[in-house]
Design a protein. Sequence first.
Length: 132
Amino acid sequence: HPWAKPFIETYNKETNLRKEGTTTKSENKLYWVSIGRIMAIAIFDILESSRVCHNAVKNTELFQFAKHVRHGAAHDNKFDIHPPIKTDIKWGDKTITNSLNKTPIFPNFMTPPELIFLMADISKIIEEKTHK
């Protein structure tokens, strides 16, 4: 819509929103940190509130990964790994290790857009396990 163009242009200018190669970049770090934290908490809380979804993924490494990201997002955007994990937890090219304890999650460890891919992978597991 033509009426929205000035709003979008103003936002893009204020945040310096731009594409660099295949990455979307912005100077508004606080916005991305907040969005990431909200998304991470929501993803995990939705999983826990649905018995069917929770049961489908609760014993997977992906669930453990999402759980640590969620807990860190809820604890001032820093990993809160206790008790220490016994083995590294992996998803894609991301690995959660004990050395990450108290380090920032967003945007250092991962970005909010990556959570969309995390949700897709979680959804795939739920579909596979509930449609057998």
